[in-house]
Ligand binder design. Structure first.
Ligand code: C2E
Ligand code: MG
Ligand code: MG
Ligand code: MG
Length: 283
């Protein structure tokens, strides 16, 4: 709102908006070529079992490496990819890359790990999406049970027609489904009731609040207990400290993901960790 602001502040506001629009245009132009120029990279972040403390899977997280700008985070370019529908080819590429990687790790002896891949609401609205997933599983040879698709809560709300039947068709392929960023969107409970999901991913804002806010502690408890009574699994995102970990552990949260254990890493670094762990285990 420009009203009530001084003239200078007003000019600064419009300049900031102009910069933002320009930035979006620049990124949009480059994003069109990012795939063919091989600037996209998938990082993997380990998912850790709370009782055994061992790695039970990974989340595939997209990175865009632009020459002269370095690595751009998905928070910045996924919205652009969604607006331009580039998320369809990009998402397909991520899915295939992540499935192939998991299959490769299995062939190297690291089996029984699940690969979780984020799916945008735009992809779910693509009438070919289920076929696409089926084709990628076939092509890469990954068993469907070793793939999980992460659906954001907003996607699971109202934006896509027939969301329940789309998710049911995906589940019929034999994969598992999770609701990402759980707790951040409204109407979550009524949706949860009807969606065929296997896991809740508790949003990290509640995890981060554990140390300073009794209200966040209460919400964390409610989400874990909700998952238990609905007989779905629960994973906490963004776990960074021992205090957070211990709190979640006491409440019998199934899994955790966060910088406390591992950051998202390129495949080669993950493989080094898997190799060193298997050496320790076999001692
Ligand atoms: P998300 O799916 O909720 O992913 C979790 C985010 O939390 C990741 O951010 C991850 O790097 C970050 N994270 C993990 N542990 C910690 C921690 O301990 N502390 C903090 N502060 N953050 C942590 P990232 O990689 O920047 O991704 C952001 C979002 O971009 C993702 O949120 C997801 O919604 C979206 N995204 C990423 N890759 C893809 C993709 O391939 N397709 C689609 N459609 N969306 C993607
Ligand atoms: Mg996710
Ligand atoms: Mg999340
Ligand atoms: Mg998120």
């Amino acid at each position: 709102h420009a009203k009530g602001l001084g003239k200078n502040q007003y000019l600064m506001c419009t300049q900031a908006i102009k910069d933002q629009v320009e930035e979006q245009l620049v990124l949009t132009n480059h994003l069109h070529r990012a795939l063919e120029r091989e600037q996209l990279v998938v990082y993997y972040q380990p998912l850790v079992d709370m009782t055994t403390k061992s790695i039970v899977g990974f989340e595939a997280l997209l990175r865009w490496s632009l020459p002269e700008r370095g690595i751009i985070s998905p928070g910045l370019f996924i919205p652009i990819a969604e607006q331009t529908r580039l998320i369809n080819p990009i998402g397909e590429w991520v899915l295939e890359t992540a499935c192939r990687q998991n299959k490769l790790w299995q062939e190297k002896g690291f089996s029984g790990l699940r690969m979780a891949v984020n799916v945008s609401v735009v992809q779910l609205g693509n009438p070919n999406f289920v076929q696409q997933v089926e084709a990628i599983l076939k092509k890469t040879g990954l068993a469907p049970k070793d793939l999980e698709l992460e659906i954001t809560e907003s996607a699971a709300s109202n934006n896509v027609d027939n969301i329940v039947s789309i998710l049911a068709s995906l589940k019929a392929l034999g994969l598992t489904l999770s609701i990402d960023d759980f707790g951040t969107e409204y109407s979550s409970l009524s949706r949860l009731k009807v969606l065929p999901i296997d896991r809740i991913k508790m949003d990290m804002q509640f995890v981060h609040g554990i140390e300073g806010s009794e209200k966040d502690q209460a919400i964390v408890k409610v989400i874990i207990n909700l998952a238990k009574s609905m007989k779905v699994k629960v994973i906490a995102e963004g776990v960074e400290t021992k205090i957070q970990l211990d709190f979640l552990s006491q409440l019998l949260c199934d899994e955790v993901q966060g910088y406390y254990y591992y950051r998202p890493m390129p495949a080669e670094e993950i493989e080094e960790i898997l190799v060193s762990k298997s050496l320790v285990d076999s001692e």
